[in-house]
Design a protein around this ligand. Structure first.
Ligand code: ZN
Length: 231
């Protein structure tokens, strides 16, 4: 009795599979767009994904489309998994010294960057500027989509808002200690001409401990480091 039931189930399962197969075949062969979407990623395409904590993203260089930062959730934000351990250590050490490293911004998708730029442009056009004027002004402070370091998942804004005096203490701590954990002050005051970005005391970038030590000790910015040390 049991055996027969099993056989029946097996037969039913086979029929169901056949039906699904026929339906999908019919559906895929008559619908080119779905056929394209359903195409599996080949091994070759997977291998094309790139990642480096030293990726250069600035006005000149956009983040490659195949960059895969492996984004994870961390506290209230999302960021690359490569820096989590060192970030945790850094926050712990800071806390022991009475400094709370609050994260305001980290990973942003390209779409989020687009909408930030759009909102900024809108803000200016509402104030009476033409679209061209508004665009020009907005792109002075907001990076073009693809050109923001936040899209790498490797950039963090610490304590950007709130009490200035309090934040200054936090930024000073970071300036002296972040390199021990693989982070650099990405837009220093004396490198504005190279980075093309105004000094941002709150914006830190993960590059790994080795590069961070050299960048800190030799007072370089990432552009200079990559030029001098790229092999
Ligand atoms: Zn930032």
């Amino acid at each position: 009795m049991k055996k027969r039931n099993k056989k029946k189930r097996k037969k039913g399962g086979l029929l169901l599979l056949l039906a699904i197969g026929l339906i999908s075949y019919f559906y895929l062969s008559t619908s080119p767009s779905i056929k394209q979407e359903a195409k599996p990623i080949t091994q070759e395409e997977k291998q094309e994904e790139v990642f480096s904590p030293l990726v250069l993203v600035n006005e000149e260089f956009a983040l490659p489309d195949n960059f895969n930062a492996k984004i994870v959730e961390y506290q209230t934000v999302y960021l690359s998994n490569v820096l989590v351990e060192e970030l945790e250590e850094m926050q712990k050490k800071a806390r022991q010294e009475g400094i709370e490293l609050t994260i305001n911004n980290a990973y942003r998708s390209r779409e989020q960057q687009e909408s930030i730029l759009e909102n900024k442009i809108q803000e200016y056009t509402k104030k009476g500027l033409t679209f061209e004027e508004a665009y020009e002004k907005a792109t002075e402070i907001v990076q073009l989509p693809g050109h923001s370091e936040h899209e790498t998942g490797l950039a963090i804004d610490f304590s950007e808002y709130g009490n200035y005096a309090q934040n200054k203490k936090i930024w000073n701590w970071l300036k002296d200690n972040a390199h021990h954990y693989g982070f650099i002050l990405r837009y220093p005051k004396d490198k504005e001409e190279i980075t093309k970005i105004h000094y941002e005391a709150w914006h830190y970038r993960y590059v790994g401990k080795e590069a961070a030590q050299i960048i800190y000790q030799e007072n370089l910015c990432l552009e200079e480091y990559l030029q001098q040390y790229s092999f």
